[in-house]
Design a protein around this ligand. Structure first.
Ligand SMILES: Cc1cc2nc3c(=O)[nH]c(=O)nc-3n(C[C@H](O)[C@H](O)[C@H](O)COP(=O)(O)OP(=O)(O)OC[C@H]3O[C@@H](n4cnc5c(N)ncnc54)[C@H](O)[C@@H]3O)c2cc1C
Length: 357
């Protein structure tokens, strides 16, 4: 095998899912073998690029299946380490969080995550008087991210410190990512596009629209999440943002309308001010409203290797999409599992040219 040319591994997609794959591989010293190809890159905004619109924090919004539990655990450990070692630079911070469930609190899952959540408690003083209609609550230390800045941090770090190459290009099929005969593996991290991209066309994928409000509210220091029967309300202070908070929200299954609506902004403000005294009683200013489409999938995210034939040669295609509302908390764990599916390819690359002698 020749010296690294950034062609052995291609990652399609530069949202948090593709960037986390690049990070996991770069941490193994493989940065110079990687090209990330994406229509949209960190710093861009588009309704077809979900990652910049995320809240974003670690919360109990994720599923209770084995995969979701494992990805949550890995994600929490990764983000906690990042917050400790380079939180400022990476726009990741620890923050206090209270989560409420109106009904059907996932007690088994809460028990599982409480084993590693810092300061997890369901008896802290803040929970003595639950808001009307709330059945159960917990408090813990969560990790919060400034989503658009965090992906810009990953982009710069991967490119400048790990030698990852980024190419802005829209592919007309997933097979097009195998353009170089030297490409051994392609990661498909295309988010919502997995539903329509030729070569993938996964009918289980669907968007889940969320409108959020960006507000300036420097007094708000804590996360509050309320998981309702048919709504999600949340308050997430953004790290390193001069006192900005993200207020949400909506979970509109199957909707991909990028417009924002004043009545939704009013509903978000009414629900979040009712939940958070620091927002209600201290000065705040609404700055903007946004809408983003979570890349959801029936049955959960797909992390799976498929060996396909390209021009008569067997090549590894690793699917890694469908993170729904959890890409920032689950992305590192999904990336770790996705990378493990091509351990054979990675070992060969790590061994270098000598392996073939
Ligand atoms: C309002 C809202 C709040 C959220 N809050 C949270 C939260 O608090 N915590 C959390 O963990 N998650 C949260 N999420 C979810 C999170 O944002 C998503 O799970 C995540 O962004 C999905 O990332 P992705 O990389 O799969 O997709 P995307 O970010 O959409 O990236 C897809 C990439 O694929 C590229 N691509 C697609 N097709 C092609 C093609 N044909 N050729 C080339 N490139 C292509 C795109 O250009 C892009 O680079 C939230 C989402 C929303 C909308």
């Amino acid at each position: 095998m020749a010296a690294p040319t950034n062609e052995a591994i291609v990652i399609v997609g530069a949202g948090i899912i593709g960037l986390d794959v690049a990070l996991v591989l770069a941490e193994r010293g493989l940065g110079h073998h990687i090209t990330v190809i994406a229509e949209y890159l960190p710093g861009d905004t588009s309704p077809e690029y979900t990652s910049p619109w995320a809240g974003s924090n670690f919360s109990g919004i994720s599923g209770s299946d084995k995969n979701a539990l494992r990805w949550d655990r890995m994600g929490y450990a990764h983000l906690a380490k990042l917050a400790s070692e380079r939180g400022e630079e990476a726009f990741v911070a620890r923050a206090h969080s209270i989560e409420y469930w109106d009904a059907n609190a996932p007690h088994e899952k809460i028990k599982a995550i409480s084993e590693y959540l810092e300061d997890a408690s369901d008896t802290c003083p803040a929970l003595h008087e639950l808001p009307a209609g709330v059945e159960y609550g917990i408090s813990c230390t969560t990790l919060t991210l400034h989503a658009p800045k965090h992906i810009e941090y990953l982009y710069a770090t991967l490119r400048d410190q790990h030698g990852v190459r980024f190419v802005r290009q829209k592919l007309d099929s997933i097979q097009a990512a195998f353009a170089s005969p030297r490409t051994k593996a392609v990661f498909n991290c295309t988010g919502n596009a997995a539903r329509t991209l030729p070569g993938v066309e996964d009918p289980k994928c669907y968007p889940t629209r969320g409108q959020v409000v960006l507000a300036r509210a420097p007094a708000v220091k804590h996360n509050v999440m309320r998981h309702g029967r048919d709504y999600e309300t949340y308050i997430i202070p953004r790290p390193r943002s001069n006192g900005n908070v993200i207020l949400g929200g909506y979970m509109q299954k199957g909707t991909s309308d990028a417009a924002t609506y004043s009545y939704e902004t009013e509903s978000i403000m009414a629900r979040t001010t009712a939940l958070c005294p620091d927002l209600r009683e201290r000065p705040h200013e609404v700055l903007a409203s946004f809408a983003g489409m979570r890349p959801s999938r029936e049955g959960g995210a797909r992390v799976e290797r498929e060996d396909i034939s390209v021009k008569g040669t067997r090549r590894a295609l690793v699917h890694n999409y469908g993170a729904g509302g959890t890409g920032f908390q689950a992305g590192y764990g999904m990336a770790t599992d996705a990378a493990a599916t091509i351990e054979d390819v990675l070992r060969e690359l790590q061994a270098g040219p000598r392996a073939r002698l």
